[in-house]
Design a protein around this ligand. Structure first.
Ligand code: NAD
Length: 504
């Protein structure tokens, strides 16, 4: 790897933009622990400039027909496919996830782009006739204007795509503020979208921190905010953005539970849990971090099946495509190890201790690697139960029956995802209806989103007016207008006129 540091700038109106005050932050490669680049931090003026450019682009883009918008999005899809390898390398370099995991993330982004290609049929109003009076009421959907997207480090392609592509498809223009820890892939996406034919100013990227975010939250020209990140910041984004009159979707942290019933296939569960808990070093919003076993026998079998699998996990640099890579930063590595210390002090049984892991591969010794840990006998009063660790740490909470397991799951303040492993149809149905989470899985550890797009968690996992499921995304990024129409009598037409043609 070259020692030359690269510079990630803002991208405004289809051009790189360096900003006006020269403030930057370092970019580290988690697998080596070395600085690889710098990212420009937007000032108040830079962020306002991006909003201004987005505002200027709004009338042209919102008046472009949905079919023509879909064509540009379709071109973007192809460029994402062509660029998959390069995007995956950018993700792995700044995030540290394995190369195949990075490609999987890009594919999930492409799924959403494909969904957005259907915008001509998603963007529909309604029609109601009022019987004999000859009056019809119709509703139309209009875009909002400039919208902002603020995204986390853990999915540098997928989450920005979630937040900007449907907004753009609906006719809005966007300012994205990616994570300052892994911003470069998002800038590359904006370049690809420009190459696909997106007009200037429709998608703008400002990099940086709270300075940029606070402008987006308070500037009157921004009509809506889509946020994904941790719960305290989601709460701040929701309260500040709504106090400034904006629509806000703010998705937060997670503590996803999987209930394991006595009739579950233990080997299948163990394989599923190892992938769901330790994949991407646990830095996934849908990671399972708590296994809730029903019955002592189930718990004992679960521990027995998990331990050898966990001990065999292969940590390594992204291109070696092991089971998982490093966490995002040195601070986060220390924080995760600190949680393992806390769990031990709180009295949970540390069955596998990841704190001892030492990366010995040459060139990667200073990477931010954290070994996989497993706790047994976690109880609900412990911090390792209550708080999101966001690292490769799985806890087992033992319960005696299904009701106790479900109450435990529903008692947690987070409600992003939840799963159950069982062969019992009645229990599975009951779980789907009563588990308090935005996405639930039955014999599936990480539930698949509806229309490739959900993650409207419940409780403290989301501060929103409603969840982002399927058609609700279109509702979020559009406003409706109703027209009450009494058609003129047939035969009352005025002089002949030419019917306007659609744009190509
Ligand atoms: P984060 O909350 O630290 O940062 C998210 C974004 O907010 C970044 O762009 C960051 O620059 C900005 N930000 C941070 N502090 C801010 C402040 N004080 N004021 C204004 N803006 C601020 O989150 P992260 O560490 O980047 O991402 C990990 C978190 O995201 C985890 O909690 C994870 O569960 C969550 N997540 C949730 C989902 C979901 O769908 N619910 C999906 C992915 C990640």
């Amino acid at each position: 790897m070259s020692n030359t540091l690269y510079q990630t700038e803002h991208y405004i109106s289809n051009k790189p933009y360096s900003g006006n005050d020269g403030k930057t932050g370092p970019l580290f490669c988690p697998e080596t622990g070395k600085q690889v680049g710098n990212v420009n931090f937007a000032s108040v003026e830079d962020t306002k400039f991006a909003i201004e450019q987005a505002e200027k682009a709004f009338s042209g883009w919102s008046e472009t027909s949905p079919v023509s918008r879909a064509r540009v999005i379709y071109n973007f899809r192809q460029l994402m496919i062509d660029e998959m390898d390069n995007l995956a390398r950018i993700i792995s370099r700044e995030h540290g996830k394995t190369y195949s995991d990075a490609k999987g993330e890009i594919q999930r982004g492409i799924d959403v782009v494909e969904h957005a290609c259907g915008i001509p049929s998603h963007l529909r109003g309604e029609n109601s006739e009022i019987g004999s009076s000859g009056i019809e009421i119709r509703s139309y959907r209009f875009p909002l204007g400039v919208v902002a997207s603020i995204t986390p480090f853990n999915f540098p392609v997928m989450v920005p795509v979630w937040l900007f592509v449907m907004a753009i498809a609906c006719g809005n223009t966007v300012v994205v503020k990616p994570s300052e820890k892994a911003p470069t892939a998002t800038v590359r996406l904006a370049e690809l979208f420009a190459q696909a034919g997106l007009p200037e100013g429709v998608l703008n990227v400002v990099n940086g921190d709270k300075t940029a975010v606070d402008v987006l939250l308070t500037d009157k020209r921004v009509k809506a905010i889509g946020f994904v990140g941790s719960t305290p910041i989601a709460n701040y984004i929701y309260t500040t953005g709504s106090a400034h009159g904006k629509r806000v979707q703010a998705f937060g942290s997670a503590k996803n539970h999987a209930i394991i019933m006595p009739d579950a296939d233990i080997d299948f569960v163990a394989d599923s849990l190892v992938g769901a808990a330790y994949g991407a070093a646990g830095e996934r919003c849908m990671a399972i971090s708590m296994a809730v076993t029903v019955g002592q026998d189930t718990a004992n079998k679960m521990v027995e099946a998990l331990v050898p699998r966990i001990k065999n996990l292969n940590l390594g640099p992204s291109m070696e495509d092991g089971d998982f890579g490093p966490v995002i930063s040195a601070e986060h590595r220390d924080r995760v190890n600190g949680y393992v210390d806390i769990g031990v002090a709180e009295g949970a049984d540390l069955v596998v201790d990841g704190r001892d892991f030492k990366m010995t591969k040459q060139g990667y010794e200073d990477g931010y690697y954290v070994g996989a840990s497993l706790f047994d006998n976690v109880t609900t009063d412990m911090r390792i139960y209550k708080e999101e660790i966001f690292g490769p740490v799985l806890g087992i909470a033992r319960t005696d029956n299904y009701d106790e397991a479900l109450n435990l799951l529903n008692g947690h303040n987070c409600g992003n995802g939840a799963a159950i492993f069982t062969q019992n149809g009645k229990i599975a149905q009951h779980f789907v209806k009563t588990a308090e989470a935005g996405a639930v899985g039955v014999n599936v550890p990480i539930p698949v989103p509806l229309s490739f797009f959900t993650f409207g968690g419940w409780k403290d996992s989301a501060f929103t007016a409603h969840n982002m499921n399927g058609q609700e995304v279109v509702h979020f990024y559009t406003q409706t207008k109703t027209a009450t129409v009494r058609f003129p009598e047939v035969g009352s037409e005025g002089p002949a006129f030419t019917i306007p043609t659609f744009d190509a």
